[in-house]
Design a protein around this ligand. Structure first.
Ligand SMILES: Cc1cc2nc3c(=O)[nH]c(=O)nc-3n(C[C@H](O)[C@H](O)[C@H](O)COP(=O)(O)OP(=O)(O)OC[C@H]3O[C@@H](n4cnc5c(N)ncnc54)[C@H](O)[C@@H]3O)c2cc1C
Length: 449
């Protein structure tokens, strides 16, 4: 293979955004993906006549994702805003306006708007409930911020959510000029409608996106990455050590989540303080539990979120939403139940080699479904099929694990490797919006050199 300006490990949202932005600046880009499709945690799959999003469903539209498309000069895909919101309050579904009067809303927003970025950073290690105590002891203000927390972290816990992280995200929303209710959207055709144009852009601008090509390692010499190694040939014995070829590049971008980066980076190339930090932080993950039902009739509007503060059996905060799908004529709607948990509630969730962990995962999913379908009995016997997920979402957004407690996208002692992901300091924010922001920052750093 030729020498490339930039090699990107991974064709998830981060790899494709970064690749397209670099290709737009005239760089020759090679994106290598180990899987057989683009998208990583944001991939869309075709299942039983529907397009299903495997991970991300609802991008946060506060400018970063849209910014990537406008930098590239390509149209942003069509989307539908999820702009209505109801809470389960006193045993019934109630519009947000009935719980929080406008003056209360205003008081909370005013308190946030007065904070400077430096003041917000100082609140990174304070639990959200403790910060809210400093502005009011009114229980409805506490409830309001609990729900803000649900919106910005998919239902994280109030007393284990970083005040700085949430305030940062809410300020970004306010400063984007959009109201809260206009920041979440369902992309027509699923997340692939965001991803495919980026992959096409790379290929139409001299680059390549190669699937089924796992990177074996990033090759570093004298403090610089010189390219990546790829295995050649096929494995006859399970223990066989295959030969590798080195593909050269001026810079390398690793888009793997933080808990996976040492599958391609050799810890020996970095100082111990940094590798120890990454290995420690890489276990502090938040997780998402999700069950999708294919339904003919959604139980409520497809542009609405519904929230429950604490579900009766699991105690989890829950978010429910219905969304249209864009497949064939059957199964035109999905209904989602979605819970977010916290690393210290269930640290072993992803040790799937362990039979006990798998059993526990199924038990929790069963409880979730039971209590959720009691709230939506019309779904119970009416769905066509269901798919359950239990996944890592990202590093947890708790005190001690956000902002400067996360590593930079730049690596110590190696000047031309970047980590593009939602888990690094520069990416502060949510999911793919954070990844898009990180891509833009990495690209401007590479181009400035
Ligand atoms: C269930 C779930 C729901 C979510 N919902 C939302 C949401 O509604 N809104 C939102 O904004 N975000 C959401 N997210 C988060 C969002 O999906 C992620 O933040 C985002 O997709 C991460 O993109 P990425 O490119 O950084 O990483 P990834 O998607 O993890 O991409 C990394 C890629 O690298 C590839 N790879 C790994 N090892 C190698 C190797 N050795 N060689 C080559 N390639 C390799 C992987 O296959 C993968 O494609 C959700 C996540 C989950 C799991």
């Amino acid at each position: 293979m030729d020498k490339w300006d930039v090699i990107i490990v991974g064709a998830g949202y981060g790899g494709l955004c970064t690749g397209a932005l670099l290709a737009n600046k005239g760089k020759k880009v090679l994106v290598l993906e180990k899987g057989n499709s683009i998208g990583g945690l944001a991939a869309s799959v075709n299942y039983a006549g529907q397009i299903l999003d495997d991970g991300a469903h609802i991008p946060l539209l506060v400018g970063h994702i849209e910014g990537v498309f406008s930098d590239l000069g390509i149209p942003f895909p069509e989307y539908t805003l999820v702009n209505k919101c109801e809470f389960y309050h006193e045993n019934q579904w109630t519009d947000i306006k009935n719980i929080f009067p406008f003056e209360l809303y205003k008081k909370a927003l005013d308190a946030m708007l007065q904070l400077t970025p430096e003041e917000i950073t100082k609140l990174d290690d304070l639990p959200l409930n403790e910060w809210v105590n400093t502005i009011s002891d009114d229980p409805s203000i506490h409830k309001l911020f609990f729900y803000f927390g649900c919106v910005t972290s998919v239902g994280n816990r109030y007393n284990t959510y970083s005040a700085g992280e949430m305030l940062y995200i809410l300020k970004e929303v306010i400063e984007s000029g959009r109201v809260m209710s206009e920041t979440g959207g369902v992309v027509k055709g699923g997340m692939n409608s965001l991803l495919q144009p980026l992959a096409d852009f790379i290929e139409n601008h001299g680059g390549e996106v190669k699937l089924n090509t796992p990177v074996e390692s990033v090759e570093i010499k004298d403090g610089r990455a010189i390219g990546v190694n790829i295995e050649t040939g096929s494995r006859l014995f399970h223990s066989q050590v295959l030969d590798i070829i080195n593909v050269k590049a001026e810079s390398v971008i690793v888009t793997l989540p933080l808990w996976d980066i040492f599958s391609v980076l050799d810890e020996a190339d970095f100082p111990n303080w940094w590798t120890d930090w990454i290995n420690w932080l890489g276990n502090k993950v938040g997780h998402v539990w999700n069950v999708m039902y294919s339904v003919d009739e959604p139980p409520f509007d497809t542009n609405m979120f519904r929230f429950v503060e604490s579900m009766p059996r699991t105690g989890y905060a829950a978010i429910f939403f219905s969304m249209p799908t864009y497949g064939d004529e059957v199964n035109q709607n999905q209904f989602h139940i979605c819970y977010q948990g916290h690393y210290d509630e269930y640290p072993d969730l992803f040790n799937r080699k362990n039979a006990g962990v798998r059993k526990k995962t199924r038990e929790i999913l069963a409880l979730m479904e039971q209590e959720s379908l009691e709230l939506f009995p019309q779904v119970k016997n009416a769905y066509n099929w269901r798919v359950a997920h239990a996944a890592i979402y990202s590093i947890t957004q708790s005190p001690g694990f956000v902002g400067y407690k996360r590593p930079s996208m730049k690596l110590p002692g190696v000047s031309n490797i970047y980590l593009v992901s939602s888990n690094v300091r520069e990416a502060r924010g949510i999911g793919i919006a954070a990844v898009a922001k990180c891509s833009q920052l990495a690209v401007s750093d590479i181009i400035s050199k």
